[in-house]
Design a protein around this ligand. Sequence first.
Ligand SMILES: NC(=O)c1ccc[n+]([C@@H]2O[C@H](COP(=O)([O-])OP(=O)(O)OC[C@H]3O[C@@H](n4cnc5c(N)ncnc54)[C@H](OP(=O)(O)O)[C@@H]3O)[C@@H](O)[C@H]2O)c1
Length: 334
Amino acid sequence: MKAIVYKEYGSPEVLHLAEIAKPAPKATEVLIRNYAASVNFGDLMARNFRAVSPSQFNMLFLFWLIGKISFGLNRPKNPILGSAFSGEVEAVGSAVTRYKPGDPVFGYLGESMGAYAEYFCLPENGVMAIKPANMTHEEAAVVPYGAIMALNLLRKAQLQPGQKVLINGASGGIGSAAVQIAKHYGAEVTGVCGTPRKEFVQSLGADHIIDYTVEDFSKNGETYDLIFDILGKITFARAKNSLKPNGILLYASFKMKQLVQMLWTSRAGSGKRVICSIAPGSLEDLNSIKELVEAGKIKGIVDRCYPMEQAAEAHRYVEEGRYKGNVVITMLTR
Ligand SMILES: NC(=O)c1ccc[n+]([C@@H]2O[C@H](COP(=O)([O-])OP(=O)(O)OC[C@H]3O[C@@H](n4cnc5c(N)ncnc54)[C@H](OP(=O)(O)O)[C@@H]3O)[C@@H](O)[C@H]2O)c1
């Protein structure tokens, strides 16, 4: 079988198409014949993790350290990237009851990755579900990562219909799903993104768009019940101006300072608060997302598809910031 492998950290050119052994499922595993994998923030980060310093890393130092150990200090330990996929069950282990060959499935492999491959195995109780029938495999592959993160994190803010929400980073993997989910919850949504992706964020259903290159939302006088900051770009001190009296600043990316602010602001029981949270990437969340997709509440928006042979080009396209929506690598099995 073919897989896109990388044996050293670096620029997109480290990605190569290679022939590797096709895996066989263990008793409780499912063998996936993969059709499509999305290119996400985590793939780009892991591809060049050696060059990522703790200050460039948007998360706690501890997570950077864990990343160094799990991805590999000088060379990648796991040669295959890719965390979100859509494909078909090719074969099942002897004890598998949930799936059968031929089932169309989509899912999320998390930090263990491995979806840039024609075939891979995962446990039948892994983060995988029957693919929504109203999506192509390419569309289904771009949904799991951002949507399960966004849903899980937004739930922690207990969003209510009619509330005003600002999503800082609305055009990315998590933010583009957050816009759609917040709209589904009945919120009035403002999406913050760069100039090239304003129309894309509008197409997701955002009520208002702010281009962060021309306007600082913390200075325009508007206030929100929730500010969801995907990259941890705004400080609590600045966000306070834009929060309503009991407003929440929700961080998807945070360091120790934001954690301390969370503890500090939660002590009062009321007032403006900080929430920092980690989404586990769970099967429960994927099943909720599947329902939202089937109800037409979440779309998987594909900008470009690249065949496996052009994986480096796909990464370059994302890295250069030219994308409007999600980028997909399609497998030769498609
Ligand atoms: N808490 C959790 O459980 C969890 C889980 C997964 C990931 N994460 C974190 O989430 C982050 C990745 O999110 P993602 O996959 O959505 O990333 P992404 O796809 O790269 O999107 C990043 C977004 O941030 C925007 N952005 C860039 N500079 C900005 C600025 N100065 N002000 C406002 N917005 C700006 C981008 O807008 P333009 O592209 O339009 O410029 C884009 O919308 C990482 O930091 C990761 O550690 C957290």
